[in-house]
Design a protein around this ligand. Structure first.
Ligand code: AMP
Length: 610
C-alpha cells in the first residue's frame, strides 16, 4: 500500500501553468494561502517498477490458458476463483431508484457462464459480434464477460444513442445479437430492426411478458435454464475481443478492433496509473458504452480483484457525493465534465459529506482545467490526476500518477512501457521529430503496447493512415515541457468532444441533411464551460423554406430523435451558404474561427478565393 505524505506549500503565491479556453497553455499567477497543499506527490508507490518495466514482464502477470491462449474473462474472473477472493464483492450495484445488490466474483463468474451458454445455445460462434445497448445493470456486466468467455466479440454502444447511430454501428459491425432492455428496444431499435439484416437475436434484460416485443428473447428465462459452467474458449492473444466505435471527421464511424491481450495494458495501467490494490473500492463513473467505461469500468477493476461501484443512475451532484461517502470509495476515476458539474453545484454541497476513505482521484476524456485540479484539493483534500488516452490506444498512456508532482493543466508523463514523442507530419509521408521543449506538434506513440487497436473494421486504408513507420499518430496536438510533462493543445482534426464523448461532425451533418428544407450543413464544436464543447450546426436552406424558430426547433427535434441527446446539436444557426474548399469540403475550421472571432488562417483553398 502507499504511505501518505502530503506536503504543505510554504509560499502563498505560486505560478502554475494553466490551460486557457482557446486551448493554449499559458502561465497564470495563482493565489494560494499558506495552508494549501502544493501539488507534490500525493504518496509514493510501494512497488515502483517503472525502471524495470517491460510488456514481456507484464505479460507474466496473466493467468493465461493452455496452448498460449489468453482470454479477458479468464483474466478478470478465474484468477480469483481458486482463493477466498472468490467471495469478495466484485460489483456493488446501486439501482437508480434505490436498493443495492452485491455480486461476488464467484456469482459474477456463474452469471457470465450462464450468459456464455445462452449465446452458444442460440448458435453464436467464436468471432460473432454481440452489441450492447443497456443501462448500467448487472446483466450488462455478466453479458460482457460471458461473451468474451465464449470468444464472441463485444461491441458496446451508448444507451443515449438514437436509432440511426445504433443501426449504422450494428451494420458496420455485422451485429448478430443485441443485448438491451425492453424500453430501449421499443424506443430505439424496433423501428430500425429491419434495416439491420445481420441481427438475428435480441436479448431483453427485463422482458415484460404482458407486452413482449415480437422476435425477441427473454434473457432472464434463458439464464435460468442455462448451466452455470462454461469452459472458456482459449482465444489467441491477438484475437478480436472488443469493437469500439469512434468518430472521425469524415465518413462513417470507425470500428476500432481490440484484442484479448489488451488485458495486459488494463492490468498494468490499473496498477501504475490508478494504483489499484485489492482492498480498494473503485468507482469509474464512465458508461461501458464508451471505451473508458469498458476498459476501466468493467475489465480493470475485476483484474485487480477490487470492489467496483456501479451506479445505474445518471449524474446528480448530491447522489455522487453520497455514493463516494456511503460506499467508502477509495479510488475514483471520473471525467472533467462531471467535475465541472460538481464545481457548478458548489463546494458547500460537498461539505455535507466526508470522504475519509478516498485516497486517489483521476480524470480522463477531455482537458482538465487547472481550476478543477485545485478544486479537488479544496473539496476532497487531494488533487485530481489527469490522464490521457483514446479509443485507439485501448488503455491509459499518459498520466499524472500518485508519486508525481502535478502541474495543473498537464496530462502528465508517459506510463512505463509507453514511448511517446511529438512529431510534425512531412509532405512525403515521413515525420520530423520535435525534440525541443515547448514546441507544438502531434502526439505519436511507438507501436508495441498490448492494447493498441489492430485495425478499423473493414477499413485498412484508414488504419494504415494512422501510422508512419512504427509511430502511431494520435491526431492530438500537444507540447512537452522541460520536465517531460505533456500538455494538450487541441485536436488536429474537426472531431468534437462534448461531455467527454467524441462526436463526428459528419454523422450530425448527415442526419440534418435528411430534412427536406436543408441544402447543406456544417457542424462544429464550440467551447462550453461545462461540456467542454457543445455541438453547433450551421444550416443553409432551400429557397422554398423560411428560416425561423419553428424550423430551428423542428431540426433540433429531428436530430435528437435520430441521433439521441448525446450526439444531437444544441444550437442551430441559419446561414446563406457555407465556406467550402475548392474540392467542395465544408471548412469547419473557418466556421469555428469566424464564430469565435479567431484569426481565419490560411484561406488559399477556400472556394471563390483566387
Ligand atoms: P475517445 O477516443 O472518445 O476516448 O477520445 C479520445 C480523445 O479525447 C483524445 O484523442 C483527446 O483528444 C481527448 N482526450 C482524452 N483524454 C484527454 C485529456 N486528459 N486531456 C485532453 N484531451 C483528452
Amino acid at each position: 500500500m502507499v504511505t501518505f505524505n502530503l506536503q504543505i506549500a510554504p509560499e502563498p503565491t505560486m505560478t502554475v501553468e494553466a490551460f486557457t479556453a482557446n486551448g493554449r497553455p499559458t502561465l497564470i499567477r495563482k493565489q494560494r494561502t499558506g495552508s494549501d497543499i502544493k501539488l507534490h506527490p500525493q504518496a509514493s508507490l510501494d512497488d515502483d517498477e517503472s525502471e524495470s518495466f517491460s510488456w514481456e514482464l507484464a505479460r507474466q502477470s496473466m493467468v493465461g490458458m493452455s496452448g498460449g491462449g489468453l482470454n479477458i474473462c479468464v483474466e478478470a474472473l478465474d484468477r480469483h476463483l481458486g482463493s477466498s477472493r472468490a467471495e469478495h464483492v466484485a460489483i456493488r450495484w446501486l439501482a437508480a431508484h434505490g436498493g443495492l445488490e452485491e455480486i461476488s466474483f464467484r456469482l459474477l463468474a456463474e452469471r457470465a457462464n450462464r450468459f456464455a451458454n445462452v449465446l452458444q445455445g442460440l448458435g453464436l460462434k467464436r468471432g460473432d459480434r454481440l452489441f450492447l445497448l443497456a443501462p448500467r445493470v448487472p446483466d450488462l456486466y455478466a453479458g460482457v464477460l460471458g461473451a468474451l468467455r465464449a470468444g464472441i466479440v463485444v461491441a458496446p454502444m451508448f444507451s443515449a444513442f438514437g436509432p440511426e447511430p445504433i443501426a449504422t454501428r450494428m451494420n458496420l459491425g455485422s451485429g448478430v445479437a443485441l443485448l438491451t432492455t425492453q424500453a430501449l428496444y421499443r424506443r430505439k431499435v424496433e423501428a430500425v430492426r429491419l434495416k439491420i439484416p445481420s441481427l438475428h437475436h435480441v436479448l431483453l434484460i427485463d422482458a415484460d411478458p404482458l407486452d413482449f416485443p415480437q422476435a425477441c428473447i427473454d434473457l432472464n428465462a434463458m439464464m435460468k435454464m442455462a448451466s452455470d459452467r462454461f469452459d472458456a474458449v482459449a482465444t489467441r492473444p491477438d484475437e478480436m475481443a472488443l469493437l469500439h466505435f469512434t468518430s472521425g471527421t469524415t465518413g462513417r464511424p470507425k470500428g476500432a478492433i481490440h484484442v484479448h491481450e489488451a488485458v495486459i495494458t488494463h492490468y498494468a495501467t490499473g496498477k501504475h496509473a490508478l494504483d489499484l490494490h485489492e482492498d480498494d473500492v473503485f468507482w469509474c463513473t464512465a458508461d461501458p458504452g464508451w471505451v473508458t467505461g469498458m476498459s476501466y469500468g468493467v475489465i480493470t477493476p475485476l483484474l485487480h480483484g477490487v470492489t467496483m461501484v456501479v451506479d445505474e443512475a445518471e449524474f446528480d451532484a448530491e447522489r455522487w457525493y453520497q455514493t463516494l461517502q456511503d460506499q467508502q470509495v477509495s479510488v475514483w476515476y471520473t471525467a472533467p465534465t462531471a467535475i465541472r458539474m460538481l464545481m457548478k453545484a458548489g463546494a458547500e454541497l460537498a461539505r455535507n459529506f466526508s470522504f475519509p476513505k478516498l485516497r486517489f482521484i483521476a480524470s480522463v476524456g477531455e482537458p482538465l482545467n487547472p481550476e478543477a485540479v485545485w478544486w479537488g484539493q479544496e473539496v476532497f483534500g487531494m488533487p485530481i490526476h489527469d490522464n490521457w488516452w483514446q479509443t485507439e490506444t485501448g488503455g491509459i498512456m499518459i498520466a499524472n500518477t500518485l508519486d508525481m508532482d502535478i502541474k495543473p493543466g498537464s496530462m502528465g508523463k508517459p506510463l512505463p512501457g509507453v514511448e511517446a514523442c511529438i512529431v510534425e507530419r512531412l509532405d512525403d509521408g515521413g515525420l520530423r521529430l520535435i525534440e525541443q521543449a515547448g514546441i507544438e506538434g502531434e502526439l505519436a506513440l511507438k507501436r508495441g503496447w498490448p492494447s493498441m487497436f489492430r485495425g478499423y473494421l473493414n477499413e485498412d486504408e484508414r488504419y494504415k493512415k494512422c501510422f508512419s513507420g512504427d509511430q502511431y499518430l494520435t491526431g492530438d496536438l500537444v507540447r512537452r515541457d522541460e520536465d517531460g510533462y505533456f500538455w494538450f493543445i487541441g485536436r488536429s482534426d474537426d472531431v468534437i468532444k462534448s461531455a467527454g464523448h467524441l462526436i463526428g461532425p459528419f454523422e450530425v451533418e448527415s442526419a440534418l441533411m435528411e430534412h427536406p428544407a436543408v441544402v447543406e450543413v456544417g457542424v462544429i464544436g464550440l467551447p462550453d464551460p461545462v461540456l467542454g464543447e457543445r455541438v453547433k450546426a450551421f444550416v443553409s436552406l432551400r429557397t422554398a423554406y423560411v428560416e425561423g424558430d419553428a424550423l430551428r426547433h423542428e431540426l433540433l427535434a429531428l436530430a435528437r430523435t435520430k441521433l439521441g441527446p448525446a450526439v444531437a446539436p444544441r444550437e442551430i444557426a441559419f446561414v446563406a451558404n457555407l465556406p467550402r474548399t475548392r474540392s467542395g469540403k465544408i471548412m469547419r475550421r473557418l466556421l469555428r474561427a469566424r464564430e469565435l472571432g479567431l484569426p481565419e488562417g490560411d484561406l488559399s483553398t477556400l472556394e471563390g478565393n483566387s
